[in-house]
Ligand binder design. Structure first.
Ligand code: GDP
Ligand code: GDP
Length: 436
């Protein structure tokens, strides 16, 4: 389960600066989910090669009256989704009533936060944290977010050091099953689909779903392949107890994506494609996951509406033309069986292995057909390629000035590789390396 870290504290202590350091390698995943999360930012970080999700509760500024309370409200909302809470304070400003207010609220909620004293740069270390010692947090984490100091040690304490994480990773997964996540807005039909899948005759569901705090992993087999359904939103449970509409959670969606090899992105045909759908698909692609699009509630739709929607989706999702799109009815089961073919194909693409020879030959053919441009007076020379990883597939291209390959030529190479290797559903990541 990808751990979730929330960064809380009053305005101006350096939360956003810390968040940016934590998620440095990637753009923050900013999403507007109808006011649910506008005040929060989500990002992905890595620690010793392991992913985590960070939430920034920033977005409030000034010291208007009531800001502390607003801040604490926001922090509380973020904490609901988080495994670890970093309470940031300003080592220069010292302890303020705002800090004390938030600490008090956290304590009353029974949240064990990590106290992070920021802005310790250019200050005597002991002096910077002296007044925070009395608060009873142990250890006190001293950092300088702006100078990226103390952050790695902080993460070692919060998430585990390299050794601990290594052990954990060995215990978990790679059980050889195809991990399938289902994402979509509330009410698109996720739990109906889950129940339809697990209720199918050909499907054998193993009785003991592995449960962790918020996730259910349901192992099942169909024909001769093994799958695990990742149900972070608890849609399976929900169906059984007939709860009302799911509370939408960005974190649960992200976790489902993180754990999956293949993500089924559900869209409600009756509602059409909305911004939230685009955000969710964007999350999956950012994480490098294979995507299968399932347009649900296709039953009983007017033929004219169907035609229009198909056209519209083809246009709006043009950037995803390598992913298959299914038109299904989870309620009646129509088209649901066809999803497996696409899930399998997506998985096979995501996990494919290619030899350096093969990749290099494709590169050379591509270059012969359409040579790369001249840059700084010399033609870019691309010499060989090797595979740098899978899920998503990574292709590393080597050559003189390879790092100067322009965007449109990169796209040409991507299209060529995609066509020749028959890669579908998954993004391909490219890396261009020139000799130093
Ligand atoms: P937030 O409101 O809590 O998100 O705070 P910001 O991240 O926006 O930072 C507030 C101010 O503190 C900015 O001017 C930052 O440049 C500054 N700041 C953040 N971290 C540090 C630090 O480690 N050292 C110093 N000296 N300044 C910092
Ligand atoms: P979730 O919130 O994404 O898990 O959505 P649910 O599975 O709870 O479905 C929301 C509503 O849509 C329920 O009333 C379902 O019966 C209905 N629904 C789900 N799939 C279909 C479908 O294929 N066709 C129709 N007409 N209704 C559906």
């Amino acid at each position: 389960m990808t751990p979730v870290i929330a960064v809380v504290g009053r305005p101006n202590v350096g939360k956003s600066t810390l968040f940016n350091q934590l998620t440095r390698s990637r753009d923050a995943l900013v999403a507007d989910f109808s006011g649910l999360t506008r005040d929060r930012q989500y990002g992905e970080g890595r620690h010793h090669g392991h992913r985590f999700i960070a939430i920034d509760t920033g977005g409030l500024a000034g010291d208007d009256e009531g800001v502390d309370q607003l801040m604490a409200d926001q922090a509380e909302a973020a904490i609901e989704e988080a495994d670890e809470v970093l309470l940031v304070v300003d080592g220069r400003a010292g302890l303020t009533p705002g800090d004390e207010y938030i600490i008090d609220r956290l304590r009353r909620q029974g949240v064990a936060a990590h106290l992070v004293v920021n802005k310790t740069d250019g200050q005597d270390e002991d002096q910077a944290s002296a007044e925070f010692h009395g608060l009873g947090f142990d250890p006190l984490h001293r950092i300088s977010a702006a100078h990226n100091r103390g952050i790695r040690r902080l993460l070692d304490d919060v998430l585990g050091d390299a050794e601990a994480l290594e052990e954990e990773a060995e215990e978990a997964e790679e059980d050889g099953r195809i991990q399938v996540g289902i994402i979509g807005r509330p009410n698109v039909g996720k739990s109906t689909l889950v129940n339809r899948i697990l209720g199918e005759d050909r499907v054998v569901v193993y009785d003991e779903p592995g449960t962790t705090r918020d996730s259910i992993r349901v192992p099942f087999s169909r024909r001769d392949r093994d799958y695990t359904l990742i149900d972070t939103a608890g849609v399976r449970r929900r169906r059984q107890v007939k709860e009302k509409v799911e509370k939408f959670s960005v974190v649960k969606t992200l976790q489902s994506i993180e754990q999956a090899h293949v993500v089924i992105a559900m869209i409600d045909a009756r509602e059409g494609l909305v911004d939230q759908d685009m955000h969710l698909i964007g999350f999956a692609l950012d994480a490098g996951r294979a995507v299968v699009v399932a347009v649900n509630k296709w039953d009983g739709m007017d033929p004219e509406d169907r035609r229009w929607l198909k056209e519209h989706l083809k246009w709006r999702l043009g950037f995803l033309d390598y992913a298959r799109m299914h038109f299904i009815s989870a309620l009646h089961g129509t088209g649901v069986g066809d999803l497996y073919d696409s899930i399998d194909a997506g998985y096979d693409s995501a996990m494919a292995k290619w030899s350096t020879n093969h990749l290099t030959r494709i590169l050379q053919d591509a270059v012969t057909q359409h040579p790369p441009p001249i840059v700084r007076g010399h033609r870019i020379k691309l010499r060989y390629a090797h595979q740098g990883g899978s899920c998503p597939p990574r292709i590393v291209v080597h050559g003189t000035q390879a790092d100067a390959v322009p965007r449109d030529y990169q796209r040409y190479l991507e299209n060529t590789y995609r066509r020749v290797l028959k890669v579908e559903a998954t993004p391909i990541r490219f890396e261009f390396r020139a000799p130093d």
